[in-house]
Ligand binder design. Structure first.
Ligand code: SAH
Length: 237
């Protein structure tokens, strides 16, 4: 089945951009997912195809118009089908691996990329959109945020990443950050590979990786550590 991404944007020429490279690009070519863009400009008003206007109540910048966005969303729905409408926004719920997994399990997504000061609030309510943020910082537009979301989803689609085991052991799966990776050479600038990784003892290696995952999560992300799955009843000292 093909996972369908449809992006509503003022800058369709930005797509597929980085999504055309490497694994996501191969998967796009082979039809594991599809990408359509809808140009908001096509739904603009009048001879100048105006898409924005000054903020009601005054203030700096421009706001994307509700009538323009509504028409674009309704047109996109014809081709995109019954997929969730996502508005990329710094005010949205933070994108997490759990959300990425949830979206990957569905048929696709209709993604609205804002520009300028953002979009008319009535569109979010009137079209029942889910607002998603990719982090606590402000981008100039939603296109890169849409690409980030699509990139994260596509690599979870069956057949995109070769070994599914590599997906299971990653950061955030099981609520922990990943253990450190090593490869050849055995010594580099005087730094040796951790001895355990050369032992051939798979149980010992698994235990070491688990311990490293836990140590790194505890040190770097106390918030994740507190919420992790399978958390022991007694906190480690
Ligand atoms: N005035 C808005 C910022 C607008 S930035 C505010 O203060 O909240 C312009 C557009 O970039 C937004 O409409 C949104 O689509 C996108 N954008 C900016 N930061 C983002 C983020 N952290 N996550 C997702 N989209 C973002």
């Amino acid at each position: 089945m093909t996972w369908r991404a449809t992006v509503l944007t003022l800058f369709p020429e930005l797509f597929p951009g980085p999504l055309a490279a490497s694994l996501s690009g191969e998967a796009l070519k082979s039809g594991l997912w599809s990408l359509d863009t809808i140009a908001l400009r096509d739904f603009g008003i009048g001879r100048h195809r105006t898409v924005d206007d000054t903020p009601a109540g005054g203030g700096a910048g421009m706001v994307l118009r509700a009538d323009v966005l509504g028409a674009a969303i309704d047109a996109a729905r014809q081709s995109a089908g019954d997929v969730p409408l996502i508005v990329l926004s710094p005010r949205g719920e933070l994108l997490t691996q759990a959300t990425v997994r949830e979206l990957a399990a569905g048929p696709g997504a209709l993604l609205l990329a804002g520009r300028f000061e953002g979009i008319d609030q009535r569109v979010i309510e009137g079209r029942n959109a889910r607002e998603i943020s990719i982090g606590d910082y402000v981008l100039a537009g939603g296109e890169l945020a849409a690409m980030v979301l699509i990139d994260a989803v596509v690599r979870l689609l069956p057949g995109v990443v070769g070994a599914t085991a590599s997906l299971v052991e990653e950061s955030f799966e099981g609520g922990l950050l990943e253990y450190p990776h090593y490869t050849r050479p055995r010594a580099w600038e005087g730094r040796q590979l951790p001895e355990v990784l050369l032992s051939g003892d798979h149980a010992r290696i698994a235990a070491w990786r688990r311990a490293e995952s836990e140590r790194i999560t505890r040190e770097r992300r106390p918030d994740l550590w507190a919420r992790r799955k399978g958390k022991p009843t007694r906190a480690p000292s």
